[in-house]
Design a protein around this ligand. Structure first.
Ligand SMILES: [Cu+2]
Length: 470
């Protein structure tokens, strides 16, 4: 076909590269192998979505995601490709976000270039110089909190000489989660900064939920087939001792790099690191994926399954399936079902505490204590006390319009972004403001829906440009 175009591509002339859009997949799926033998200009569009999903059976959590899932979409490109990367921050989101891709050569891995407010999108371009399996994650302050809420995923830079074809490729990523309440406590559970700093997770899970790879959602294969797992560890804190009960890894590309080790039982995956694991299925049964720091598996959720159908090979193994033994644990037995997404946490809610947990606690924290340097406290806040008494319209404007610029609370200066809190009606605003101005030792006159309505009407008009929306 176009000889000139091909020559230009071989010479690496960016402008003449053939263009394509990357196929992104949700976990546990992996985009198909790239069959091209020359570089391309690849466009990637990744959308940040903040949403409530189940962390375990009956346990809801407000995840921050790349693409609506934890981990985020799997990205596959080829060594030498030029990548035009778009980060889109959904207008309903509450926070700014960005992305640091470990596959990027350049300051911050793209973080500064992709810092994006809700309702905006950013672009930068990089060349994939090194082959390998790389973690990407959000790097917006407080970084640990963004990662802890699920903002990570994998990008595979397929080497020029692709790995041999296998029957199945799957995507699995471990993460540790921090809630005040212990594993299994039902309801919407807020993030705990204290437990995160102490590195005491209440959940350690694969693919964002204790239920993501069990029951109907187990990984599948047949006897005689070969499997390649792209495994990542988002952390934020723990190192994974990744192991598949009943299998030996024929090959492990340790740390997602180029050289393979052979015949491995357990491979160590650092936080912010990866591994490519391959094995052939010699007999049938259910094989259990675990973090072999084993209390995490039986008490915190790090358990997945691969169900292998086909004729038993009695010569290789002639016993019972391991299934029964490992299904004995209650935390797993109760979670053999799909994980529904829960939308609009505030719909119909009138309780002030609940509204606070769903709309404010992700920043101001469950007991209103704030996060040093990032989010000011509401508990015993002199600023809140003053406006709840003397300028109630300003307080109403915080959730309605957000707040940015310098602010001094209890003698400490903050300079952050509070994005507007969407979707609360007047009664709900009254309820949550009454809650925050009277909880944790605060005290002020309660708000009513009528007062909120009047105060809203009294706020100065905002020019369209200042709201960041057309
Ligand atoms: Cu983020």
């Amino acid at each position: 076909m176009h000889v000139a175009l091909l020559t230009a591509a071989l010479l690496g002339l960016g402008s003449a590269l053939p263009e394509e859009k990357a196929v992104l997949t949700e976990p546990p799926m992996v985009p198909p192998p790239i069959t091209r033998t020359t570089p391309a200009k690849v466009k990637i569009e990744l959308e940040v979505v903040e949403k409530v999903m189940q962390l375990a059976d009956g346990v809801d959590y407000t995840f921050w995601t790349f693409g609506g899932t934890v981990p985020g979409r799997f990205i596959r490109i080829r060594e030498g490709d030029t990548v035009e990367f778009w980060l889109e921050n959904h207008p309903n989101n509450k926070l700014p976000h960005n992305i640091d891709l470990h596959a990027v050569t350049g300051p911050g891995g793209g973080a500064a270039s992709t810092f994006t407010a809700p309702g905006h999108k950013s672009r930068f371009t990089f060349q994939a110089l090194n082959a390998g399996l790389y973690v990407y994650h959000c790097a917006t302050a407080p970084v640990g909190m963004h990662i802890a809420n699920g903002m990570y995923g994998l990008i595979y830079v397929q080497p020029k000489k692709a790995l041999p074809k296998v029957d199945h490729e799957y995507y699995v990523m471990q993460g540790d989660f921090y809630t005040d309440a212990d594993f299994g406590t039902k309801g919407l559970q807020p993030f705990s900064m204290k437990r995160a700093i102490d590195e005491r997770p209440s959940y350690v899970v694969f693919n964002g939920s204790a239920m993501s790879l069990v029951g109907d959602r187990a990984l599948k294969a047949k006897v005689g087939e070969t499997v390649r797992l792209f495994i990542g560890n988002g952390g934020p804190n723990l190192v994974s001792s990744f192991h598949v009960i009943g299998e030996i890894f024929d090959k492990v590309y340790t740390e997602g790099g180029t050289n393979a080790q052979q015949n491995v039982q357990t491979t160590l995956i650092p936080a912010g690191g990866s591994a490519i694991v391959e094995y052939k299925l010699d007999t049938d049964g259910t094989y259990i994926l675990v973090d072999h720091s084993i209390f995490r598996t039986f008490n915190k959720g790090s358990l997945g399954m691969m169900k292998v159908e086909g004729p038993s090979n009695k010569q290789v193994y002639s016993g019972k399936e391991v299934d029964a033994v490992y299904l004995g644990d209650e935390s797993v037995a109760t979670s053999l079902q799909a994980r529904p997404a829960v939308t609009s946490p505030s719909a119909g809610v009138t309780d002030g505490r609940q509204l606070f947990i769903a709309n404010c606690a992700m920043c101001h924290q469950a007991e209103g204590q704030g996060v040093p340097g990032a989010f000011p406290p509401l508990a015993k806040s002199d600023y809140l006390k003053n406006i709840a008494t003397n300028n109630r319209a300003e307080l109403v404007s915080f959730p309605l319009r957000g707040r940015t610029g310098k602010i001094t609370v209890n003698g400490l200066e903050y300079n952050g972004v509070m994005t507007p809190v969407a979707g609360l009606d007047d009664a709900q605003l009254a309820s949550v403001l009454t809650y925050v101005s009277n909880a944790w030792g605060n005290s002020a006159k309660p708000f009513t829906a009528e007062e909120v309505k009047t105060l809203k009407a009294s706020l100065p008009a905002v020019p369209a440009a200042a709201t960041g929306k057309e």
